[in-house]
Ligand binder design. Structure first.
Ligand SMILES: *Cc1c(COP(=O)(O)O)cnc(C)c1O
Length: 415
């Protein structure tokens, strides 16, 4: 039986849901005034039946698009057989996931976790342990070099490694052992490395930090410096990896093979939180039984979903498609002239538009045109649709961006 609801009734429903969330939820996000209820591919539908192009992609967790039929089928099938066992016993999905992850990434071993930040923590622990047991750093003295303006997640360890005031404010005391250097400054990195340094941990492109793309050669130079000084090079590719930037991994572009690679987001195919740390067998063997773990890490449902999520990225050539679409998007954006645009930058379908004013204004103007994109770092709008976006949707995006950016003039005047 189909229930008929008037348009105003539906609008009331959105308002009611927002009020409910505001009343009972923590206010640690400031969402746009849209309540979505359904999604497919690159499109989201709100409770009023209005369609939006999703240019957030859950911060790159939806590289394969919403509701990918193959990933959904895997989720349904696996959920009917075995969802959670525990690592007390082996399960029949995890080995296949680990094997596939090795084949796709070119690493020997993997350790699965759930949220991205847990993989970051895992990488930090692995790097510290290597520092003590292999490099011979005195007990509890290991340092990890991290970068200004980074984002590695929200746990106490991740914010201890952050320079962003808002992430840290009134959450101290912080963990010691992090050394901060400016991003994309190889001389500063060189000075920061000491005999106590176990690792350098970086994002190959800073996503949350405002789509900051380092100059060509920086990643290769940083990785070479690490090798020379006996320091692990750790790449946090939770956002940049799995096709987002036009290569399978952003480090691939400079032929950099990090000692530890951190994955998350799209590894779960938009269906399930799955993250992982991949490394050499020798490094991974620094973890013994009971040294580290997670109740949900490596569970059969996660492993099955992640397997198919990886298959889709490889078989649908999402990295290549991201590169092509990203080039088109950048070309389209660079053709829009506006005094309010300070910079357009990015790689693949990780694109940032820097304005001379809060990017939230542009975000709101896009919403009216059926495009969801969000400001990151005040003046930068991040545009990152699912990598399965077709040319027609891409044209819709470029047209919408053009109109919204040109409309900033009117908004600025009308204040
Ligand atoms: C999103 C992100 C994380 C944290 O992942 P969660 O799943 O939110 O814990 C860590 N590092 C980078 C680079 C990210 O973009």
């Amino acid at each position: 039986m189909k229930k008929m609801v008037s348009y105003d009734g539906m609008k009331d429903r959105a308002r009611d849901l927002i009020a409910l969330e505001t009343e009972y939820g923590a206010h640690n996000y400031r969402p746009l005034d849209v309540v979505v209820e359904r999604a497919e591919g690159v499109w989201l539908w709100d409770v009023n039946g209005r369609r939006y192009l999703d240019c957030v992609s859950a911060y790159s967790a939806l590289n394969q698009g919403h509701a990918h039929p193959r990933i959904r089928a895997t989720l349904v099938e696996q959920s009917q057989r075995l969802s959670l066992s525990s690592r007390v016993v082996y399960n029949d999905r995890l080995p296949l996931f680990l094997e596939k992850l090795a084949a796709v990434t070119g690493y020997e071993a993997a350790l699965p976790m759930n949220a991205g930040v847990e993989a970051v923590e895992t990488a930090m622990k692995l790097a510290r342990r290597w520092g003590y047991e292999v490099k011979g750093i005195p007990s509890n003295a290991a340092e990890i070099v991290v970068f200004a303006n980074n984002f590695h997640g929200r746990t106490i360890a991740a914010i201890s490694a952050s320079s962003t005031a808002q992430y840290r404010n009134d959450f101290g005391p912080f963990l010691p052992g992090f050394i901060f250097v400016p991003y994309a400054d190889i001389a500063a990195l060189e000075r920061a490395i000491t005999p106590l340094t176990c690792a350098v941990m970086m994002e190959p492109i800073q996503g949350e930090g405002g789509v900051v793309v380092p100059p060509d050669g920086y990643l290769a130079a940083a990785a070479a410096l690490c090798r020379e000084r006996d320091v692990l090079f750790v790449a946090d590719e939770i956002q940049t990896g799995l096709g987002r930037t036009g290569d399978l991994f952003a480090c691939d572009r400079e032929r950099v093979h990090p000692d530890i690679l951190i994955l998350g987001k799209a590894l779960g195919g938009g269906y399930y939180p799955v993250s992982a740390v991949v490394a050499s067998r020798a490094l991974m063997d620094l973890f013994g039984a009971g040294d580290h773990g997670s109740t949900f890490g490596g569970n059969p449902l996660a492993a099955a979903v992640a397997c198919t999520a990886l298959d889709v990225i490889v078989e649908e050539r999402l990295a290549e498609r991201s590169r092509r679409a990203g080039d088109r998007l950048l070309a389209g954006l660079r053709a829009i002239t506006s005094p309010h645009v300070r910079d357009v930058r990015g790689r693949g379908l990780l694109v940032g538009i820097e304005l001379d004013r809060p990017a939230r204004l542009l975000s709101e103007a896009l919403l009216e045109r059926g495009i969801i994109a969000k400001d990151t770092h005040e003046n930068v709008l991040r545009v990152a649709p699912p990598l399965v976006i077709d040319d027609e949707s891409l044209d819709f995006l470029v047209d919408g961006l053009g109109e919204a950016i040109r409309g900033l003039e009117a908004r600025a005047v009308s204040g």
